[in-house]
Every structure is written in structure tokens, then in C-alpha cells.
Design a protein around this ligand. Structure first.
Ligand SMILES: [Zn+2]
Length: 67
């Protein structure tokens, strides 16, 4: 999936907010983490995979254009 609301481990977070691990979601687990803009998306503690997909659930505050 290549949605504008998903990012993979190792990519840079551009929107502070709450993210859901899609890999966990597909496996029936609900894992959410909060990341701030500028953070590099980590691996998921609950996933055996090295690359996971994080999906933005809820952005925190206004989205600032800091490109
Ligand atoms: Zn996970």
C-alpha cells in the first residue's frame, strides 16, 4: 500500500501524532505509538519483521509546513 498516510520503518516522520502499526493490525494486535515530526520511524517492538508500516491515526495540533 502506498498511501500518503503511511510510512515505513526508517523513514522520517513528518507529522506529529499517533500512529498504528499496520503489521500488528493485520495480525489482530492493536499497537499505537506517538511520534513527533523529525523522528525516524522505528521498528515495532511487537513485530518480528524489521520493516513495518506505520499509519497515521491522529495528528497532533496543526500541521506545520517545515519542509
Ligand atoms: Zn507491530
Amino acid at each position: 500500500m502506498n498511501s500518503s498516510r503511511t510510512w515505513k520503518s526508517g523513514e522520517i516522520c513528518r507529522i506529529s501524532g499517533t500512529y498504528r502499526c499496520e503489521n500488528c493490525h493485520l495480525a489482530g494486535r492493536e499497537v499505537t505509538r506517538s511520534f513527533e515530526a523529525g523522528t525516524i520511524f522505528p521498528m515495532c517492538d511487537s513485530c518480528p519483521e524489521k520493516d513495518v508500516t506505520w499509519r497515521l491515526e491522529k495528528a497532533v495540533g496543526p500541521v506545520r509546513a517545515t519542509a
